[in-house]
Design a protein around this ligand. Structure first.
Ligand SMILES: [Cu+2]
Length: 148
């Protein structure tokens, strides 16, 4: 008898846990972005080797619309950095997922500017775009925040 009750309790606990987990996930998804978020589009890279600036080709950025960005890399003194290798990654820190696309540098525009194609954001919220820059001064990274 007591065995049966325990089993019933166990059976009940499965949907209860699932509902609680779903509720927690939704609550997490609805979190507002951190208040002190740095949303500047130009900043020194993490090790200070370069200044990275980004210019989304869509203003404002429209959810679900593929577009390009222009990235500019300069030395800390403001001189353009050409022939750098740049990788673009990103995602939503509060949702635990990455970008829905794999953006790539499609052209070296000169003057330290690089064309990135394949940018797309598929939901509103806090996004990060991470650049890995490999240039004459070495490897460095920069993270840009945007709230859509
Ligand atoms: Cu998301």
């Amino acid at each position: 008898m007591s065995n049966l009750i325990t089993r019933r309790h166990l059976l009940w606990s499965v949907p209860v846990i699932l509902v609680a987990a779903a509720g927690l996930a939704v609550t997490k998804m609805m979190q507002p972005p951190p208040e002190d978020l740095d949303v500047s589009l130009s900043k020194p890279t993490d090790r200070g080797l370069y200044i990275a600036s980004v210019a989304p080709g869509l203003a404002p950025i429209v959810i679900g619309t593929m577009h390009g960005w222009v990235i500019q890399i300069t030395t800390p003194e403001g001189l353009p950095v050409d022939h750098a290798t740049i990788a673009v990654d990103g995602g939503m820190p509060q949702h635990g997922h990455g970008l829905p696309t794999e953006p790539e540098v499609s052209a070296d525009l000169g003057e330290g500017r690089y064309q990135v194609d394949g940018m797309k954001f598929n939901m509103p919220g806090w996004w990060v775009v991470k650049l890995s820059v490999n240039g004459p001064a070495g490897e460095d990274t920069a993270t840009f925040n945007l709230v859509l």
